[in-house]
Write a protein that binds this ligand. Structure first.
Ligand SMILES: [Mg+2]
Length: 88
């Protein structure tokens, strides 16, 4: 189980729910969350995927905090269970 397995699961589950799961990177800046999840039933969610037990790096955490300060919902997920909890 690595980050890509969890990312693939997220992408498949979002698609099954009728949503879109876009891969993301900023131009000229590090620290973008990996994915933007869009669902018909709720506001957009930015998702940073990690391998099990891994945390966001400091520069990623700083970017997440900047985004949250602007009202964005940013989550870090490191497990299949985390994906399921997000989409429950
Ligand atoms: Mg990642």
């Amino acid at each position: 189980m690595d980050e890509r397995d969890i990312e693939r699961h997220l992408s498949q589950r979002v698609k099954a729910l009728g949503g879109e799961c876009r891969k993301v990177s900023w131009l000229g800046r590090h620290g973008a969350p990996d994915r933007l999840v869009m669902l018909p039933t709720q506001s957009a969610i930015w998702v940073e995927l990690k391998a099990p037990g891994q945390k966001a790096k400091p520069h990623q955490q700083r970017e997440h905090e900047r985004m949250r300060a602007m009202g964005q919902r940013v989550v870090v997920i490191d497990s299949i269970e985390g994906v399921e909890a997000l989409l429950a």
